[in-house]
Design a protein around this ligand. Structure first.
Ligand code: UDP
Length: 486
């Protein structure tokens, strides 16, 4: 470990938050940095390292300068079930326990830094991992914050915060306008509470906000042609460098890289590809709600019957956690048989990048996680937007109202795992038909997102905006006072 940094190379330490939507883009970032000759140590916990074993194996096979630094996760000490080392695995009511365990990683992290021959040149840390701030200061290492969501969300949330907008609102459903924002946007606290804005998390929230304000810069998974006015706005209001280096997913070029993201595939990708190869171009609707959002049984049945009623080919991803005996029975009691010629039901972790990049995919019903949106944009696939929580309602506004590349399913209430049916099958059917229609509106929507897909690819190519921003970030920290030449 001590000799990891090679003589003339920069060394960056990446500290993701253990949550699929945060870890996946950080792993991409590690690859991007390694591609520019930077040595990377990515801090991870043992259960997460096991989940991404295919990625770690590939890194070793390709001899990339990325090492995975495992810090033991003290879950048991904080009452968490064994192996519960990632946010989407936290049982209800254990959110605080999880963050207490995460925040106690500062001690082993310090030890790791102490054992290095020389201080790393930069720490890139997830916004939620504020515990890295005091450690970085102790060692005099510059620290960049990585924000997982869109810049649209991050800058709106920032403005809501500094203008203390929610302090003046007693009803969480009352809509307020985001102040000093480049476009008119209405939000409410129920949909968009902001950073850790929940009872019982006040101390974490305070630390996260403080550590954001003392960081040496911000790195975002976005690109100029997608959100330029929001990126410029954000850079102005926070008064620091903001480097947009995305879409990071585009660094996964071959099929192995695309399919090993985040977790081991629970489904055979060849089976999925063969199924897709047999469909017409742009004919298939893909439905998947990311890693954390999930649907109750009744909601799942409404989704499935809506897809069936649309008469369009579809892929429906159902999470392991959603496969309860009642659902299994319902699927096998007629549904699977009725849709067998045009519906593919996948259970567990799907190879999303592989699916989205197949030409047969013509639409994506998404929970509006930022990675899923960026993946859809990168592949030119228009979306049906169904936000559940966190940044997702604002991401939806960006997709539907600003970029005009998606159709909203119409959900107004957050869904943190409730038993309520939020959307009926007829609304799913209506949205699918509207998204996949052949008329002018559909065509224009497809043209707009294909144009963005082209721009996304240009952004990450040599001399593209994101490519240059990454180079700028690297040289910024060379000039910052570290002596090693890049
Ligand atoms: N993902 C995947 N297979 C799945 C579910 C999710 O590969 O079955 C990936 C998806 O491609 C994306 C990430 O997991 O990169 C989910 O991140 P996102 O920001 O979309 O949503 P979150 O899970 O954070 O809510």
């Amino acid at each position: 470990m001590a000799s990891f940094r090679q003589e003339t190379r920069l060394h960056y330490v990446l500290v993701p938050l253990a949550a699929q939507g945060h870890l996946i883009p950080m792993i991409d970032m590690a690859h991007l940095l390694a591609g520019r000759g930077v040595c990377v140590s990515l801090v991870i916990t043992p259960a997460n390292a096991t989940r991404i074993k295919p990625i770690i194996d590939r890194v070793h096979e390709l001899d990339l300068p990325i090492q995975f630094t495992e810090l033991a996760f003290p879950g048991a000490k904080f009452g968490l079930p064994e192996g519960c080392e990632s946010m989407e695995l936290i049982p209800r009511g254990f959110f605080r326990h999880f963050f207490d365990a995460v925040y106690s990683l500062s001690e082993p992290f310090e030890l790791f830094l102490k054992n290095l021959d020389s201080a790393p040149d930069c720490i890139i840390t997830d916004m939620s991992s504020a515990w890295t701030g005091p450690v970085a200061r102790k060692f005099g290492i510059p620290r960049v914050i990585f924000h997982g969501p869109s810049c649209f969300y991050i800058s709106a949330a920032h403005n809501l915060e500094i203008h203390k907008v929610y302090d003046r609102v007693s009803d969480v459903f009352e809509f307020v306008t985001v102040p000093d924002f480049p476009v008119e946007v209405e939000v409410n606290k129920a949909q968009t509470p902001g950073f850790f804005n929940f009872p019982g998390l006040e101390d974490i929230r305070k630390m996260v906000l403080e550590e954001q304000s003392t960081a040496d810069g911000v790195v975002l998974n976005s690109f100029d042609d997608l959100e330029k006015k929001f990126i410029e706005h954000y850079e102005r209001v926070i008064g620091k460098k903001v480097w947009t280096i995305g879409p990071t997913c585009l660094c996964n070029k071959d099929i192995d890289a695309k399919s090993s993201r985040g977790n081991k595939e629970a489904v055979d990708r060849n089976k999925v590809l063969t199924w897709l190869d047999e469909r017409d171009a742009g004919s298939v609707l893909y439905s998947n709600f990311g890693s954390a959002a999930y649907s109750n049984q009744l909601q799942l049945i409404e989704i499935a019957t809506g897809l069936e009623a649309s008469k369009r080919p579809f892929i429906l991803v159902i999470k392991k956690k959603e496969i309860v005996p009642e659902i299994e029975k319902w699927l096998s009691d007629g549904f699977e048989e009725r849709v067998k010629d045009r519906g593919l039901i996948l259970t567990g972790w799907a190879p999303q990048m592989v699916i989205l990049s197949h030409p047969a995919i013509g639409g994506f019903m998404t929970h509006c996680g930022w990675n899923s949106i960026l993946e859809a944009i990168s592949m030119g696939v228009p979306m049906i937007t169904w936000p559940h929580f966190a940044d997702q309602f604002l991401n939806e506004k960006l997709v539907v109202d600003v970029l005009n590349i998606g159709i909203s399913i119409g959900v107004k209430m957050p869904n943190l795992g409730s038993d309520v049916v939020m959307v009926r099958s007829r609304d799913v059917e209506k949205a699918v038909l509207a998204l996949m229609e052949e008329g002018n509106e559909g065509k224009e929507r497809r043209d707009r997102i294909r144009d963005l897909a082209h721009k996304a690819k240009m952004a990450v190519e040599e001399e593209g905006s994101s490519w240059k921003n990454l180079a700028d970030m690297i040289s910024y920290f060379v000039e910052y006072g570290r002596k090693i030449e890049y």
